[in-house]
Write a protein that binds this ligand. Sequence first.
Ligand code: C2E
Ligand code: CA
Length: 696
Amino acid sequence: MSGPDAGIAWLAGQASARAELVDSLDDPAWLVDAADASVQHANRAAGVWFGTEPAELVGRAADSLLPTLEDVAFWGDVRCGAPGALASDTELPRPGGASAWVHRRVVPIGGLAGGAGGVRGYLVVLRDRSAERRAEGERDQLLAELRATLEATADGILVTGLDDRIHAFNRRFAELWSLPESALAQRDDGAVYRWMSRQTVAPATYEARLQQIMAQALLSAVDTVQLVDGTQLERHMQPQWSQGRPIGRVFSFRVLNPHRRGVPRHQRAVLDETSGLIERGGFVAELDDAVGHARRDGSPLAVLAVEYDRDQLYALDGTAQARSLAEIVEGLRALLPVRARLARLGGMRFGLLLVDEGEAAAQALSRRLVEHARGDGGLLATRALTVSIGIATYPHGGLGAEDLLASAELALERARLDGRSAWRVQGYDGGDDGARLARLHHALHDGGGDALRLRYLPRVDAATGEVQAIEALLRWNDGANGLLPPSQFLPLADKAGLAGALDDWALEHALQQAARWRKAGHTWTVNVNLGSVQCLQPGLARRVAAALQAADWPAARLELDITEAALRHDPVLARAQLQALRALGVRLLLDDFGRGEASLNLLRRFPLDGVKLDRDTVHGLARGTQPDTGLATALAGAARACGLTVYAEGVESEAQRQPLAALGVGGWQGFLRTRPLDAASVPACVATSPAARSLR
Ligand code: C2E
Ligand code: CA
């Protein structure tokens, strides 16, 4: 069948069933005759939708009910015998001028023959999506507002799922952690986490802490994170709740030391208007950042202080001076490696910072600068200009930015004494020191050989006189000069960057010696000194753990003496390092307590187990005069109030030992008991030291 006959059959044969189907729908729906695209039946909801009786709709053109372009085109095609289907969201005008969002579906209904040619009619169904659209709109608005709030906050925000997946972060977060574009673009969570860890001064500690955090879905906590660029971040952690259960975590990060960091570098560095270069303050800040990186990565770093002869330049008139300055700056820029940083330290003095470059590169650059200044006609065009250069490298030239720059400027002064263009490297080059350092280097390279030794000083319990611990003291047999105490070589080693290696050597050998004593039946706690360099060297806890493992020595039987200088130099890093050591189970003692500023804050802020009252304090106490006695009492009292054990050093006489009891001192060491001993003499000395002797 085809043509009008088929249409009649479709309408007549199944009309009631189809109408019933349409009437049963809650949404507005109607049937359209495929032959002329007119409405054949409409349900109640359709009547309500159009504000009329359903019967009123019958016979109307389908596209008059939904007069959108899409509908008009669709029904035009139908009339031309091109059947199809339609499903889309569209905005429809409502009576009264309002509009509604609807999802409109037009479904072809097959006739007897089926297929395209068999379409006899269409079912049109409208679903009102206005409320949903409104809700979506409100959600979008809310999200946009949330995002705007997130971006507007001064804190860096990171939102993660319980599975650690990163859900969101704001721009401030990316900025604080200096996240590289690549990590952001890839949305690679692993890369972001790895990057964050690498930005911290103690990645192992940071990661261990993060693991702890991630293992506790309900944890709310605040702590601090120290970044290698000097930024100190306060980290807040909160669970993220949804429908009464935690679904993730929100981390917010805030800069605690904004004067040091937290604003972009170029804003921190004040520009010198004449040369367009950053000034000394900005340079020191950048140097500080670079030192952080070098300390963390072990990468080299060189600072050059460069000065052109002031007298030569000041002899010129103002215009010529300005021109010379411009030429000098231009020349410096042309000669510098791309990543070098140039600053004007004042007058004709400039600072250069070479990252990832050591002394060799600094010397090569100095040579080029000297050649350039004296080049064809020189910088002044008519005569050569004298330039003096001082070089300092990290850590030899200093542990901090100020020290490094001071070393470079000191070297510059020495270079200037030459009276012609020259460069000098910090302090230790040439002379006796060079030769001594070479010998010390050699000794270390040799694994200590016969040149490095340890001497041992027992510390005894103040009440029982029993040996509590044995302190290892470093000695260097410098050939001609004999066995030297640390004061004779540690400062030099410090300058040359060897102090850390010497401490490592002392720790390893002290533990090995302790293990040998244990084999002979003596299990004494070992006490080893930790210099400032070593204390602030990342990976300290790892190295200590390795040394303990190598000697198969329990951490609880190791004490490390910490210097006040290390705690003051970089309190945040020092604290993290000490915490990591504490986590191993090692005991930590503050050495020479009373010699420095001995602030109470130090005792409170650092995870310490005890303090060692310095020799002068102990001797002062014995004199029994004020303010010495009062000071010693106050120091010991403060330490005890902070829950720390107090030990005394340098006890040479009974007169010095006796007043210690009143101070609550737990143990003492000093020549009264014995002078430092070699390893072989320790057991005998301990054996011949009855408790009675110290109780006397
Ligand atoms: P310290 O940690 O305060 O060590 C105690 C120093 O006082 C030792 O000097 C010891 O010989 C000396 N001493 C002990 N009892 C008395 C006494 O009754 N009277 C007097 N006048 N002195 C006494 P030493 O061996 O010359 O060590 C000096 C400093 O060198 C140590 O002071 C320590 O800070 C440092 N040091 C020693 N070994 C190492 C080491 O392996 N690494 C580092 N970084 N420093 C070390
Ligand atoms: Ca000590």
